[in-house]
Design a protein around this ligand. Structure first.
Ligand code: HEM
Ligand code: HEM
Length: 183
């Protein structure tokens, strides 16, 4: 099976985008849950909503950039110690992660815009809405947003678990995305 290029690491742009998107996503998920809890101060809630919505739009832009960059540049090959089935699962998980991030960000955007709510950073730049005002559309997007988080969180945990396994095994795979470590 073709495993990828002979490079020992992803290009610097891929690595930077990986950790930037990873950090923002890992912050955005708990913020999305906490911002809806009863009993938190209104000012805190408003701030969390602003961070979540605008952070989510930033994720959308960075993931689109990342997919484009990923398609245009070669990926390092997994070592032969990784069985074919694991290499296939890793590829499937990575592309499903991209798809779920797009689904989350687009459904969040539609939920908010169809509901008639602001997205502060876009509003400040004068970028108006791309979707019509519609309660039915907002509700559909809301349930997609609430449901897709489960497979997203499950795959992130699986991905982190596999990454740590490679870090401990010192097989070079962790070094693909963080060269100083895992060699
Ligand atoms: C929300 C968080 C994360 C997402 C969405 C994510 C997604 C991805 C994707 C899509 C790739 C494939 C490379 C690419 O196409 O850019 C990848 C590679 C990688 N990620 Fe993550 N990642 C996340 C967090 C993490 C964390 C926290 C770790 C470490 C504990 C990690 C370790 C790795 C490693 C080692 C690779 C290289 C795997 C290989 O060469 O096949 N990732 N990640
Ligand atoms: C990849 C990006 C995103 C992730 C991972 C994410 C994650 C989440 C999670 C886990 C929740 C809690 C779900 C629940 O309790 O039902 C949530 C809720 C929410 N998210 Fe996101 N989100 C993202 C992007 C966005 C974007 C771009 C917007 C809007 C511009 C947005 C707007 C909302 C809103 C308004 C809620 C509250 C629930 C509702 O009323 O629909 N999200 N998000």
């Amino acid at each position: 099976m073709a495993r990828g290029s002979s490079a020992t690491r992803y290009p610097a742009v891929t690595r930077t985008l990986h950790w930037l998107v990873g950090l923002i996503v890992i912050a955005t998920i708990p913020i999305g849950v906490i911002m809806q809890q009863q009993g938190i101060a209104r000012s805190t809630q408003d701030l969390l909503f602003i961070l979540h919505k605008n952070g989510g739009v930033l994720i959308l832009l960075l993931v689109m950039l990342r997919i484009g960059w990923r398609v245009a540049t070669p990926a390092p090959a997994l070592p032969l110690s990784v069985p074919d089935w694991q290499a296939s699962v890793a590829k499937l998980v990575q592309w499903t992660l991209y798809a779920l991030l797009l689904i989350m960000a687009v459904s969040g955007y539609i939920r908010v815009r169809a509901g008639g709510f602001p997205i502060e950073a876009l509003d400040a730049m004068g970028i108006s809405t791309f979707v019509p005002r519609s309660d039915a559309l907002a509700e559909t997007a809301k349930s997609i947003h609430a449901t897709a988080r489960y497979p997203l969180v499950a795959l992130i945990l699986l991905h982190i678990g596999a990454a740590l396994k490679h870090l401990v095994a010192r097989d070079g795979v962790f070094g693909h995305i963080w060269p100083p470590l895992g060699r």
